[in-house]
Write a protein that binds this ligand. Structure first.
Ligand code: CUA
Length: 298
């Protein structure tokens, strides 16, 4: 049986056409392959040795619950200057909200702390300037970041997620003291607290009362009137977002403590007749509308 002759329009290549790649091509291939191996090794190695991975301690929370935790922590370890002195070995808490970090922490240098972070409202960023820490902070999630700061000093926290009109004003601080200075402060604070000095608040009797409206950036009143003499303003805040009450005008400038979650901020001053501004001094809040006029007249 004769094989039928096959015809093709393509001329087959001559014998010996498949040559080995020239040297430069082979060199290039090896360079590509070895750099893939090196870079893969670098990525995997960095995961374990780079010490710049996002914290894996995370849990679900709610803005109200987290804010209550922050308030309890701030009350327990708060010093007379309003900052919170965190004893070594204690977990710290910080709440991000438009447009502040609360509270201001004081840590001991060279000591490893776990700081729990969450947000009361929008997405924020926690970047500790000059340290290699840069985290995203979202509401309904809390994240425990381990932080060790070697040198005493004042460290700036900036927000690096756009969170609203005053995003650029959002900053906070962590102060770091040497172990000796920290221990002195902790003992002094413990002594004050043991001595029954539980914040003998200036009597808020007859005070002009304000309250923060829900979770908004607003007080319930825009105008207040008082007689000359000692004037006390209080602002109750039932929201998870930190606020305070402050007053300025005619040479007076005073700020009450920042409070959250059912706390009341108080400010008290002797005022002459005139027009004053009351406001919330948390960054961005006054501009957002948390302000009003206090008229003092006989
Ligand atoms: Cu918070 Cu930007």
């Amino acid at each position: 049986m004769a094989t039928p002759e096959i015809t093709s329009s393509v001329t087959p290549p001559p014998a010996g056409w498949a040559k080995r790649l020239p040297l430069d091509e082979r060199l290039f291939l090896w360079l590509v392959l070895s750099s893939v191996v090196v870079m893969t090794g670098f990525v995997l190695g960095w995961l374990y040795l780079g010490k710049q991975n996002v914290p894996t301690n995370t849990r679900a929370t709610a803005p109200g619950a987290f804010s209550a935790q922050v308030a309890a922590f701030a009350k327990r370890y708060g010093g007379p200057d309003g900052r919170v002195y965190v004893p070594p070995g204690t977990d710290a808490y910080m709440l991000a909200s438009r447009f502040s970090w609360y509270p201001e922490l004081v840590l001991q240098s060279g000591t490893r702390y776990r700081i729990w972070l969450s947000s009361a409202d929008a997405l924020h960023g926690f970047a500790l300037v000059s340290e290699n820490i840069n985290l995203e902070v979202a509401p309904h999630h809390e994240m425990g970041a381990w932080i060790t700061i070697g040198k005493p000093g004042r460290y700036l926290i900036v927000c690096n997620e756009y969170c609203g009109l005053h995003h650029q004003d959002m900053q906070g601080y962590i102060d770091v003291l040497s172990p000796a200075a920290m221990q002195t402060r902790l003992h002094a604070i413990a002594a004050t607290k043991a001595g029954g000095g539980t914040a003998a608040r200036p009597g808020a009797v007859g005070a002009l009362r304000l309250h923060v409206v829900g979770n908004t950036l607003a007080f319930d009143k825009k105008t207040l009137v008082a007689r000359p003499g000692r004037v006390t303003l209080t602002a109750a805040n039932s929201s998870p977002i930190p606020h305070n009450i402050a007053i300025r005008g005619n040479g007076v400038k005073l700020e009450g403590a920042v409070v959250t979650n059912g706390g009341t901020s108080t400010v008290s001053a002797v005022l002459k007749p005139g027009v004053y501004t009351f406001y919330c001094a948390v960054p961005g809040h006054e501009a957002a509308g948390m302000r009003g006029t206090l008229t003092v007249k006989a």
